[in-house]
Design a protein around this ligand. Sequence first.
Ligand SMILES: [Zn+2]
Ligand SMILES: [Zn+2]
Length: 316
Amino acid sequence: MTVLASGSKGNCMVLSSSRTRILVDAGLSCRELFKRMRAAGEDPETLDAVVVTHEHQDHVQGLAVTARKLGIPVYFTEATHRAWMRWMVPQKRMTYADWLEKRKQGLGTGDVEMEGDAETGDFTADGVAPGACGGTEVEEQTKVESDPCRLPAVEYFQAGYSFSVGDIAVSSFTIPHDAVDPVGFVFEVEGIRVGLATDLGYVPPNVAQRLRGCDVLMIESNHDLEMLRDGPYPWSVKQRVMSRVGHLSNDAAAGYLEKNYDGQATYVVLAHLSESNNLPALARVAAEGALRERINLLANRLVLAQQHEPMASICL
Ligand SMILES: [Zn+2]
Ligand SMILES: [Zn+2]
């Protein structure tokens, strides 16, 4: 697996088996996403699907453009898909009912489009797609996207249930976060289990339970409480981040690692670190303190996912 970006400015990772390759969230512009994949030695053209945790901008920024460029399906819960559409079309140019109607009529698939949209910043200032994600610039300048929400295919899953994409088994679980239907995932790839739980206000028992037996555990370590309290955010935002549906603090992540984590992971990845309210060293120290008894050469190697560059790939 390769974490391309992690943090409030964009989240995105690639998970691969020998046959299947999926993108988990698309919180970077398509251009940046492709650039980082190539920098990490991955070919974007080999992606088979995108799987989405929730509709917040830092997880879906480049979703539509990326899915259209690659012609790949997007896996959402139905509520997250609806919320994403509302975010994409704030003026209600198309409602969910319209979309369903269109889908029934078999429209909205295969029409000519421009690969970019103003909402996600994938246009250049004059409204011309930058052409960095593939395809020729001439092509892109002559295409017009009538429906910014159009996706090559939409696949629904239910939070708490499992599905598969190729030979990757995906099991989802509900997380406490202020989105309509947010989920974490455990992916099972050729016998290896990868758990992902970011964007959660606390770790409820169901989440701790679902994260047992993971070989790679990616857990949020969003903020240092003191830095958040003294930091630049308005009080309302601070309250939101600290709430039970906000983000996991370093201390909360450490508390989970100390008390509820089963110690089985080869790698523990600290993720979604805030740039304003955290320091990598603080997150690391908190987690190391919690894992002290368990750190050895074979398990619990602690790594930090980064915002601005891909993390070194983890191959098991
Ligand atoms: Zn997020
Ligand atoms: Zn979020």
